[in-house]
Write a protein that binds this ligand. Structure first.
Ligand code: FAD
Length: 412
């Protein structure tokens, strides 16, 4: 079949690569090149966080929001002028800060995440992308055991879904990483995880493989994707006909999807990174700082602090406060750290109000598939998502329950 994929981040490139391997004639559309810094897939923390099945809204979040917003070191930022536009998304998003919703999200996410590290190995095998996949643990870090125990529900749910970890007291942490500051008092090291040492280069390498296998690329903004009598019409600079199309346009997918008549409550959870170049210290494996809400990963080009959440839409310029927060917190983690240069970055996580992605065929437009909305875990879930879409297009029934990811679940 002739298939168009709109978006060349990790989700679009993975989908395109599996489709071309299935023997289809595939064209990827994007206004930027794969691996471009404007993509969420470029600047993330690189964690293959297969156990990140716990959604952001958890019981008690509402009580914590004021502190997260107003405390000097709070990890949440808001462009206040954006609040009126944000509310239709924010209210249903926060309404799910209850145990039942956390549990149902976790069950659905486990299906796309549990074998996600294997899915990265599978898609990258035999390609230049393989060199960027690291295997290992990743460690949630807390100031003490009591702070870890505050997340007891999250860890209980992870255990129920088969994830295992090792608990590390301060002595055990120091044995692995002697540079840690005094605030690192307890850790939970998740087994069988991994990370990507250069996410932008990884996406670009997967894309190179797609091109080598005959895949095509059109560098253009897609304005609409609509069903036609015998297929789909994708309009960028010109209108072109395809048999199928996949919308994998990350945080920008809403307009294309709503053009088909679906209600798609998609927002950007803006996130930041600070890459420290030539640091004198790198972590032995990635950390997730529980209270500070960001990840610390050793990457090819330095030490990357990445995470935080800022609500403020797709258009506003990047803020400086999140970067200052990284600079302060990294000195708490590693009091002796020094570095020689910095790269700063802001990017857009695509998040739907129920914290699940949409993966599947539009119920309103036959032949058009959605693959977006993977919030904080899209780097991890990208290759598996691509495989699921390729399976559905080929008529192979996925061996997981796809109903939580339905395209029409927000339509009234
Ligand atoms: C700070 C931060 C840290 C993160 N850390 C992690 C992590 O450690 N692990 C993890 O798994 N996930 C992480 N994530 C989440 C992850 O990065 C995203 O979920 C994932 O990259 C989304 O991939 P995507 O392909 O959907 O979107 P993107 O990578 O944003 O790609 C979307 C592409 O679509 C293109 N596009 C959009 N609209 C159009 C159009 N109309 N026409 C043509 N092209 C279009 C865009 O140009 C873009 O190239 C993090 C995110 C952030 C911000």
């Amino acid at each position: 079949m002739k298939i168009a994929v709109i978006g060349a981040g990790i989700v679009g490139v993975s989908t395109a690569l599996w489709l071309v391997r299935d023997g289809h004639e595939v064209t990827v559309f994007d206004r930027v090149d794969p691996g471009d810094p404007t993509q969420a897939s470029y600047g993330n923390a690189g964690l293959l966080a297969r156990s990140m099945i716990i959604q952001v809204p958890t019981p008690g979040l509402l009580r914590e929001v004021p502190g997260m917003l107003f405390r000097k070191d709070g990890p949440l930022f808001l462009k206040w002028w954006y609040l009126p536009r944000l509310l239709p998304w924010l209210v249903p998003f926060l309404r799910r800060a209850n145990e039942a919703a956390v549990r149902s999200t976790a069950a659905a996410l486990t299906d796309v995440l549990t074998d996600a590290v294997d899915a990265h190995h599978e898609i990258a095998r035999g390609t230049a992308a393989e060199q960027y996949i690291e295997n290992g643990v990743y460690t949630f870090l807390y100031k003490d055991k009591a702070a870890f125990e505050k997340e007891a529900l999250d860890f209980a749910i992870r255990r129920e879904h088969g994830f295992t970890w090792e608990e590390l007291d301060r002595a055990a942490l120091l044995e692995r990483d002697p540079h840690l500051g005094t605030k690192a008092g307890f850790g939970a090291s998740m087994f069988d995880h991994g990370w990507i040492s250069d996410p932008g280069a990884y996406v670009a390498a997967l894309f190179d493989e797609f091109r080598t296998l005959g895949g095509a690329f059109t560098r253009a903004e897609v304005r609409s994707v609509v069903p036609a009598e015998a297929g789909v019409i994708v309009t960028a600079d010109v209108a072109q006909e395809f048999d199928r199309a996949v919308i994998a346009s990350g945080a920008w997918s809403r307009k294309l999807a709503e053009g088909l008549g679906h209600h798609v409550p998609l927002e950007t959870e803006r996130g930041y990174h600070l890459m420290l170049k030539n640091p004198n210290i790198k972590p032995p494996n990635p950390y997730l700082l529980g209270a500070a809400k960001f990840g610390v990963s050793g990457m090819t080009h330095g030490l990357r602090c990445a995470g935080l959440v800022e609500l403020g839409g797709l258009e506003a310029a990047a803020s400086t406060k999140p970067l200052d927060l990284f600079r302060r917190n990294i000195r708490t983690l590693y009091p002796a750290i020094e570095w020689e240069g910095e790269e700063t970055w802001m990017g857009h996580r695509p998040t739907l109000t129920d914290s699940l992605p949409v993966i599947g065929e539009s119920t309103r437009a036959k032949g058009i598939y959605f693959a977006f909305g993977a919030q904080h875990i899209g780097m991890t879930s990208g290759p598996k998502t691509g495989r699921l879409i390729a399976d559905m297009i080929a008529g192979r029934t996925p061996n997981i329950d796809m109903s939580p990811f339905r395209t029409d679940r927000f339509d009234s």
